[in-house]
Design a protein around this ligand. Structure first.
Ligand SMILES: C[S@@+](CC[C@H](N)C(=O)[O-])C[C@H]1O[C@@H](n2cnc3c(N)ncnc32)[C@H](O)[C@@H]1O
Length: 307
């Protein structure tokens, strides 16, 4: 049977039983559509050395071997049981990439420099090791999964002066690099109540440009939302030190806001969204990212125009 869906191969880092489907998704065979989009962005040439982060089932490593030959492919996986199964799968398919057990966030310096780095786990903060280990002109493709809303496939090219620069392409959703899984902070204290004229549904539904802009302006702000059968809508926001909740109900003209902690997260999100509106609502393809040894920066249209 063929379908454009991911196949979950591990739950809760191996503690869950895949047959039950209960637990957190921690390894998979990536959905074919997004895997092919990401490999097309990678666009390796004959003879390129590729480092893949997140071997998973070994499927995308196998595709890279088919294209380049196993001697040009190094794939790194953190989970030893997952890696052992991938090694079996790849052997059965007749492929023999170099398989490394380790933390892909550190890259694999022994095989550097690479022409291409292909990342198949979600990345919030791009590890600088990948830039350092890629040749100038080489390409890093990864699912950027910022704190805020959905993920975006990113393709960065490494410059000669120690940076990587590039743009966002299609949407995606990947399980995160283990060290970058979202924190689940617990908050205490009284909420500050207020109300807003901005319909919170606009912010999460309006476009895939708004989410890049908000994510770029508010790097550590997470969001989640739910729509109820009665048409009401809830938006939850949180960061390391603050949280907020916005409730929209069809009968009320204004939405109820509750905020607590050091920051007024709703007001920050509202103002980031309205800045994006004031720029004319640019779409995702107009945004890009630069990664340097000091951090990562999201920009609009050209790398000097930081958001
Ligand atoms: C979506 S799956 C990879 C899918 C794979 N490319 C395939 O086609 O089967 C993500 C994988 O990344 C692995 N992973 C998560 N964090 C990692 C890290 N820091 N270093 C290496 N692998 C990691 C997970 O264990 C998981 O197997």
């Amino acid at each position: 049977m063929y379908s454009n869906a991911a196949i979950i191969t591990q739950l809760s880092d191996g503690a869950g039983d895949v047959a039950t489907g209960e637990g957190d998704y921690t390894s998979s065979l990536s959905a074919p559509g997004v895997a092919l989009e990401s490999l097309e962005l990678l666009d390796p040439y004959d003879g390129d050395e590729v480092l893949e982060i997140g071997t998973g089932s070994g499927w995308t490593a196998g595709l890279l071997c088919h294209r380049l030959g196993g001697e040009s492919v190094t794939s790194i996986e953190l989970d030893q049981n997952v890696l052992a199964k991938a090694a079996e799968n790849l052997k059965a398919a007749g492929f023999s990439p170099k398989l490394i057990s380790g933390d892909g966030a550190k890259g694999w310096p022994d095989g550097a420099p690479y022409d291409r780095v292909h990342v198949t786990a979600g990345v919030r903060d791009v590890p600088y090791a990948w830039v350092r280990q890629t040749r100038p002109g080489g390409v890093i493709v990864f699912p950027w999964m910022p704190a805020w809303e959905a993920g975006h496939l990113a393709k960065l090219t490494v410059t000669g002066d120690g940076k990587a620069v590039g743009r966002f392409h299609g949407g995606c959703g990947f399980m995160m690099l283990r060290s970058q899984r979202p924190p689940i902070p617990e908050f205490e204290g009284e909420f500050r109540g207020s109300a807003t004229d901005l319909d919170p549904r606009r912010i999460v539904r309006v476009s895939t440009g708004a989410d890049v802009a908000v994510a770029g302006m508010l790097p550590g702000v997470f969001g989640n939302h739910a729509v109820d059968n009665d048409g009401s809508f809830d938006l939850w926001l949180w960061s390391a030190d603050s949280d907020a909740h916005v409730h929209y109900a069809p009968d009320y003209k204004r939405s109820a806001v509750k905020q607590r902690g050091l920051r007024n997260l709703w007001e920050e999100v509202e103002s980031a969204f309205l800045r994006w509106v004031s720029w004319g609502g640019p779409t995702r393809d107009r945004f890009g990212m630069t990664v340097t040894a000091d951090g990562q920066y999201v920009w609009l249209d050209h790398p000097e125009n930081l958001v």
